[in-house]
Design a protein around this ligand. Structure first.
Ligand SMILES: *Cc1c(COP(=O)(O)O)cnc(C)c1O
Length: 472
């Protein structure tokens, strides 16, 4: 099990200890293997083992089954670009949610059946629509112009494409959205276009910002009522797709999460973060203290969270679960982050130790900040630290920050101050754990013409280069 004695201690000044998987601990306990991955593939390197994906999806499917609900899991392809993700989802019998033509094509080339794919791309080119139609994938329609494009293709090809309608909630308590149309707007658009017989409208789709179970229940109630009306209008609706946003935890310890934000609130000297950054903090006592920082610890996640959604009230003394199963509907979801929980880590090598002109110690990593970053203001998980035999002489203990390769003052890898209890050495390797969902790829850039990081996946016990790097 975890043998952290072989890793060197680096923690946040206010620690945030990352949750790890057994495979990560085994790798981190072998500094020479870690160093070998970096020397073979360069720094940083993204390391993936997709074994936890099926288990994470199963947790959702089982939670739904307990409530008598059939759940279809369509893994959000955009959360990690490795082709290994597609293979693992396919082999686990899961579907895929694709956001571009390239994502769709790769899935089809890897023998994912079209019927196991939903196309949710926010902008849909004609070639994407043609390929989706040819493959028999469900297309989630966002707006009236897209409806027109699809109807035109349907006419040309003389076939009725499979579609879902993306629902924008009209509930005044939810945040307005740019995605989808309200049910009323869809009803009008469908009537105008005269879609009867020309489209197979099979489902109602939505995807919400944030991670609130109550918000999902609200829109599911709205979707259920709309399904009834669509069915009365002759459409053979078989599913409601509630999108992604299934929450996960990066940290096991709620106390560490709360302590960080309480300390940050009292940190008048700005000693906890880079130049006193407040990280968007609004309410230090809340589970999500900052609206711009992902809730790295949260109370209910995955299966338990889905149970909450399904047990929410609906109809007259009924529940969402009962209303779904009584209509013979399948519930679908498109989790990205939460099914990639435990699937990845990112390794980067130390190139320098120094101090800023005003004396703030910094450690330079051979990576840039887009390589361990999502839309969250910061990645709030402490790195693990590996010191291979090839590392140089470590510095004395100190507190400081990790910086990267882009030529801007604000090029911080993490915005929290870290304590290097055993110093830092050239050739040390920082390991960012649990970066499989979004943290590797969603914002990565090759600015300054620095190449993108290599993607390495575990296949039959071996680390091999993922095929996506050859396609890029
Ligand atoms: C991004 C996205 C998802 C995945 O969201 P997660 O938060 O990773 O679960 C699913 N569906 C759609 C339409 C998306 O845009």
């Amino acid at each position: 099990m975890a043998d952290s004695t072989t890793t060197v201690s680096v923690t946040g000044v206010s620690p945030l200890t990352g949750r790890t998987e057994e495979w990560m601990e085994q790798l981190l306990a072998d500094p020479e293997q870690v160093a070998g991955l970096v020397s073979e593939h360069g720094s940083p390197v993204n390391v993936l083992d997709f074994a936890p994906l099926a288990r994470n999806a199963r947790e959702l499917i089982d939670a739904a089954a307990e409530a008598d609900v059939r759940l279809g899991v369509y893994v959000a392809r955009k959360a990690n670009k490795a082709l290994g993700l597609v293979r693992s989802a396919r082999d686990a019998g899961l579907g895929l949610d694709v956001a571009s033509h390239a994502e769709l094509r790769q899935c089809l080339e890897l023998d994912v059946p079209g019927s196991a794919i939903i196309v949710t791309a926010a902008v849909k080119s004609r070639p994407l629509l043609e390929e989706a139609m040819g493959a028999g994938a469900v297309i989630s329609l966002d707006n009236g112009d897209e409806l027109e494009d699809v109807l035109e293709l349907a006419r040309e090809r003389d076939e009725a494409p499979r579609v879902a309608l993306r629902l924008a909630s009209s509930d005044p308590d939810l945040r307005p959205t740019r995605f989808g149309l309200t049910a009323a707007a869809w009803d009008a658009a469908l009537a105008d276009a005269g879609v009867a017989g020309r489209l197979r409208i099979e489902g109602v789709h939505f995807h919400l910002d944030g991670y609130s179970a109550a918000d999902r229940a609200t829109v599911l109630r709205e979707a259920l009522a709309w399904v009834d009306r669509l069915r009365e209008g002759g459409h053979d609706i078989s599913f409601i797709d509630m999108g992604g946003g299934v929450p996960m935890r990066y940290l096991d310890d709620a106390a560490e999460w709360r302590a960080f934000w309480e300390r940050l609130e009292g940190d008048a000297a700005g000693s906890l973060t880079w130049r006193g950054d407040r990280l968007g903090m609004v309410d230090p006592g809340a589970d999500r203290p900052s609206p711009t920082v992902y809730p790295y610890w949260q109370r209910t996640v995955r299966g338990e969270w889905l149970r909450e959604v399904l047990q929410a009230p609906a109809g007259e003394r009924s529940t969402i679960a009962r209303e779904i199963s009584e209509r013979g509907l399948e519930l679908r979801c498109e989790p990205g982050r939460s099914v990639l929980d435990g699937c990845g880590l990112t390794l980067a090598e130390v190139v320098f130790r120094k101090a800023t002109s005003d004396g703030v110690p910094i450690v330079g990593l051979h990576m840039n900040r887009t390589q361990v970053r999502s839309t969250s203001t910061d990645f709030m998980v402490d790195p693990r630290w590996v010191r291979p035999a090839s590392a140089g002489e470590p510095s004395p203990a100190f507190e400081g920050f990790l910086v990267g390769a882009y030529c801007v003052e604000d090029e911080l890898i993490l915005r929290r101050k870290l304590r290097f209890a055993e110093g830092a050495a050239r050739g040390d390797i920082a390991a960012f754990v649990n970066t499989g969902g979004y943290l590797m790829h969603i914002l990565e850039s090759a600015s300054h013409q620095i190449p993108l990081a290599a993607t390495v996946v575990r296949e039959d016990g071996e680390w091999v280069r993922d095929g996506i790097d050859a396609l890029a």
